[in-house]
Design a protein around this ligand. Structure first.
Ligand code: ATP
Length: 283
């Protein structure tokens, strides 16, 4: 069974068609990144999956349930889902550990509180008041609340906004560890390197539609696109695009009779391909 199945999803706000008929399947255990410019319809889509908004039409199944289901069944369903929203309301004058302990009481099979605090790198701040955390620490705290319930499915909406580079790397390690335990993760992010590092597949939305779904390495024909070889020849930096970088570098190596100065070989990054795709839509 797929963790998420969406067919023909539509949602309008008055005259604004925010989601215009999307189909999407996300496998159990997969990390799926939903990408797209501001206003593309990502939050609307994800909040329908979370049961916070209701679609105008289309079918949605999340862990086998329609998120519009209410009552006892919905409570059990919610118990298996973790959510980290873009912004969270303030927890007043409680400390990190008090709040996480409090939230753990809402779930039937919570994770260990100290372990979760350690996993998000907040050991030193466990006794601090929430309102005294820095922006990045606050975001890590939000992630802790998202995973305390030991979810089967975790939604992360722009989780690393405000993280310093080191915190972002340790967050990535945490997400990979969760995936290793079989958690399905749906991530929205504006950081293409984050999507590349974490996602099994990425889907790009624009103007309420999905433009492409693929693995990060194959996205937009990346894996078969030309490589750029760059090197230094005396005082001049040279570069050449080629379909056969190996042969090209071999020849270059022969010309230099050994080491090629400042050699690099690159293919378009996920960000390059994404920007080209979004740019073409805008034109
Ligand atoms: P971002 O990257 O900025 O978070 P997004 O891809 O998540 O953007 P949505 O928040 O889903 O985009 O918005 C899609 C469209 O629907 C936008 O045009 C937005 O203005 C509109 N919209 C979203 N929520 C509402 C609402 N509650 N009422 C009216 N219009 C809305």
């Amino acid at each position: 069974m797929n963790a998420i199945e969406v067919t023909g999803l539509r949602k309008s706000y008055g005259p604004v068609d925010a989601v215009r008929g999307i189909d999407l399947s996300i496998s159990t255990g997969e990390i799926f990144a939903l990408l797209g410019p501001n206003g593309a319809g990502k939050t609307t889509t994800v909040e329908i999956l979370e049961g916070f908004r209701t679609q105008d039409s289309g079918e949605v199944q999340v862990l086998g349930f329609d998120p519009r289901t209410r009552g006892h069944v919905a409570r059990e369903w919610r118990n298996r889902i973790g959510i980290v929203l873009q912004t969270t309301s303030d927890s007043g004058d409680l400390t990190v550990i008090e709040t996480i302990e409090h939230f753990s009481g809402y779930y039937s099979n919570p994770r260990n509180v100290d372990e979760v605090i350690n996993a998000v790198g907040l050991d030193e701040k466990a006794g601090s008041l929430i309102r005294k955390l820095s922006g990045g620490q606050r975001r890590r705290f939000d992630v802790a609340l998202g995973i305390i319930g030991n979810p089967k499915l975790l939604f992360l909406d722009e989780p690393t906004t405000g993280f310093d580079p080191e915190a972002r790397r340790s967050f990535w390690a945490l997400i990979q560890e969760l995936r290793g335990n079989g958690t399905t993760i749906v991530l929205t992010t504006h950081y293409l390197d984050e999507a590349e590092a974490l996602a099994d597949r990425v889907g790009v939305m624009s103007d309420g539609q999905i433009l492409e779904i693929s693995t990060p390495s194959e996205f937009g024909g990346r894996s078969t696109s030309k490589a750029r070889v760059s090197w230094r020849d005396g005082t001049v930096l040279k570069s050449q695009t080629t379909d056969n970088p190996t042969a090209f570098v071999n020849n270059l190596g022969a010309d230099f009779n050994g080491e090629i100065p400042e050699l690099t070989i690159t293919r378009p990054s996920l960000e390059d391909v994404y920007l080209r795709m979004i740019g073409e839509i805008d034109e």
